[in-house]
Ligand binder design. Structure first.
Ligand code: IPE
Ligand code: IPE
Ligand code: MG
Length: 252
């Protein structure tokens, strides 16, 4: 059983190149429900979800999107049954190992955001290898949020900044948005322009809280394992029709 292909390679003619998002973020939700509806164990949904993510990454690259960030595991997801958590950790490790060569061929630069030291050692090693090997690639920047929580990210930034102040390396007045952003996991990556969440849930679930300040949010009822090129195309058409004001007013 393979996921539906993202058939299109060229940018569809009804999308404007100059209005494409630079950075797309996805909350890949609905794997469990997808499996349940088919009478399958939840993990089958996660397995299929990986194929969808791979296709989306390729599609973003083909359509000239600079960065894709995917929410793979939240700090709250540890509260799931042990078998599911263990399956996910093993899946991440296996996929990383299997896909590294292809990521090199496709010039993908992968990085991870989240509290990685709490992940299994073997997964940490695989992450380290993939990040190091792909760091000089210049194609799409692919960020995977693993054991990621927006609140935890903000707290660790505060702690790091407070430590610098305590050591006399930084004055409190010097703490501005730029300084703060340098202490986030996402330092150096532009904020997401478009957030897509599948499975119809209208919430952020602790994802990129700081970075999402002005992201355009698109929610589809489609479950993540059924998300495909057509759906992504629809999300982009919708995004291109948005009026991004950033708090200002448009000229009459
Ligand atoms: C998202 O799908 C994947 C992860 C959180 C790892 P879910 O597993 O949350 O699927 P639902 O929401 O239970 O259907
Ligand atoms: C968000 O989905 C986390 C990931 C997709 C990794 P959840 O399924 O964990 O979020 P809630 O529980 O619906 O808020
Ligand atoms: Mg869910």
């Amino acid at each position: 059983m393979t996921a539906k292909p993202f058939a299109l390679q060229e940018l569809p003619t009804d999308l404007m190149q100059e209005r494409m998002p630079r950075h797309v973020a996805v909350i890949m939700d609905g794997n469990g429900r997808w499996a349940k509806r088919r009478g399958l164990p939840r993990i089958m949904g996660h397995r299929r979800g990986v194929d969808v993510l791979k296709s989306l990454l390729r599609c973003c690259r083909d359509w000239g999107i600079e960065a894709l960030t995917a929410y793979a595991f939240s700090t709250e997801n540890w509260g799931r049954p042990t078998e599911e958590v263990e399956f996910l950790m093993t899946l991440f490790e296996r996929v990383l190992r299997q896909e590294l060569q292809e990521m090199m061929q496709e010039d993908v630069q992968i990085r991870f955001v989240g509290n990685l030291v709490m992940l299994p050692r073997s997964l940490q090693a695989e992450i380290e290898r993939a990040v190091t090997e792909t760091q000089k690639n210049h194609g799409i920047r692919f960020t995977v949020a693993t054991n990621y929580g927006g609140r935890q990210e903000i707290l660790q930034a505060c702690r790091a900044i407070a430590t610098q102040v305590q050591a006399g390396q930084l004055e409190p007045e010097e703490i501005d948005q730029a300084v703060f952003e340098r202490h986030l996991y996402t330092a150096g990556i532009c904020d997401p322009d478009l957030l897509i969440r599948t499975s119809g849930e209208m919430r952020i679930s602790n994802f990129l809280l700081w970075q999402m300040a002005y992201a355009e949010i698109y929610v589809t009822n489609t479950l993540w394992p059924d998300f495909n090129g057509e759906e992504f195309h629809r999300a982009l058409i919708n995004y291109q029709q948005r009026d991004r004001r950033f708090g200002k007013v448009n000229a009459p």
